[in-house]
Design a protein around this ligand. Structure first.
Ligand code: PLP
Length: 367
């Protein structure tokens, strides 16, 4: 098989699985219990928190473990103490942000959904001009999950702070990018484990200590009262270890993937007629190829690729369940492109020889 859906989920690395295994069985304790098994689990939780805090260059008290990116985003958007009622985001966010914003709109909040240009980038002057007295939060993703476009997070943070507004970034696709929250200047950051060779069922929200937040669900008060519910220790241990590993190797892996990605893009555009790249040429994730096949419906091409054991996707896995054309491609290129585009997302499972197989198969299928 050729797996080209790493932006949807990744296999757990062997060394990560090894760190997790004891916590399923012999070290099964609940970190909230004061007995010895509980203490052992608490130690693992503390270590995981310290590890992730080191990667993000923050204090361990600024890490809130959750179960998914969606949960972290809900907490970030709904949990802030706010006397103001206006949020700014963009049209190409993940549904985790867009649907949460829609929910908040039904509860008296106002949301500005910024347009993006044809490459998926927001206009920073328009962002600044959209800030009003009532704005308390800007939420703009670090890198887009469908087209791989990378936003200028540092510049957005500066604009936000100039106007005393908080800035949250969804970094679920940004595990190979700079995650130093101090350098980026972000106030809140979401990242999940699923996309970085960690297990499913773990994610985090970084929240600056100075920011007040209240829980969106009530319960036993874990995670400093912000995320009640028994900790998923194996997943959290695996997440921390996977995050540490991917950030350590990011320079090397970015280089390798960029070379593969560029080869695929160049060959598709040259050898397959009526194709176009979606997303920015340079400001894009090293692992993202998203192609508009002007004469072909993405659904049918995807199924044929699947029959050939080449696994790609139509943008976001989360929205494909709804079988609607991609809202991201629609925002940059319109309805037809949204129906005719496919995402090939690269990762550890890919090697140089995959390029030939992919291109030759695509050529035959498209013809
Ligand atoms: C950019 C982005 N944000 C948020 C999410 C949601 O993450 P999760 O599936 O862990 O809730 C995803 C997952 O596809 C994503 O790619």
């Amino acid at each position: 098989m050729i797996y080209l859906d790493h932006s949807s989920c990744t296999p757990v690395r062997k060394e990560v699985l090894k760190t997790m295994l004891p916590y399923f069985s012999e070290r099964f304790g609940n970190p909230s219990s004061l007995n010895n098994p509980g203490k052992e689990a608490k130690e693992a939780l503390d270590n995981a928190r310290e590890k992730t805090a080191k990667v993000l260059n923050c204090s361990s008290s600024e890490i809130i473990f959750t179960s998914t990116g969606t949960e972290s985003i809900n907490l970030a958007l709904k949990g802030l103490y706010k006397d103001k009622k206006h949020i700014i985001t963009q049209k190409t966010e993940h549904p985790a942000v867009l649907e949460t914003c829609k929910f908040l709109e039904t509860h008296g909040f106002k949301v500005t959904y910024l347009d993006v240009d044809k490459d998926g980038i927001i206009n920073l002057s328009k962002l600044e001009n959209s800030i009003i007295k009532d704005t308390f939060l800007i939420s703009i993703m670090y890198a887009n999950n469908e087209i791989g476009t990378i936003q200028d997070v540092k510049a957005i943070a500066k604009i936000a702070h100039k106007h005393n507004v908080l800035f949250h970034t969804d970094a679920c696709q940004a595990s190979l990018l700079n995650l130093d929250v101090k350098d980026l200047g972000v106030d809140l950051l979401t990242i999940n484990s699923t996309k970085l060779y960690g297990p499913k069922g773990a994610a985090l929200l970084y929240k600056k200590n100075s920011i007040k937040m209240k829980s969106v669900m009530q319960g036993g008060g874990q995670e400093n009262n912000l995320r009640s519910g028994t900790h998923n220790i194996p997943a959290i241990v695996g997440f921390a270890s996977a995050l540490e590993l991917i950030q350590k190797e990011k320079d090397k892996e970015n280089k390798r993937l960029t070379e593969l990605r560029n080869k695929i893009i160049q060959r598709i555009l040259k050898e397959i007629p009526n194709t176009e790249l979606n997303g920015h040429n340079e400001k894009r994730l090293a692992n993202n190829v998203n192609i508009y096949f002007k004469d072909i419906e993405a659904d049918s091409l995807l199924l044929k690729l699947n029959d050939n054991e080449i696994y790609a996707s139509i943008g976001s896995a989360c929205s494909s369940a709804k079988s609607e054309p991609s809202h991201v491609i629609k925002a940059i290129k319109g309805e037809k492109a949204a129906k005719n585009s496919i995402r090939f997302s690269l990762g550890k499972l890919n090697k140089e020889s995959d390029v030939d197989v992919l291109i030759e198969t695509l050529k035959t299928l498209v013809k």
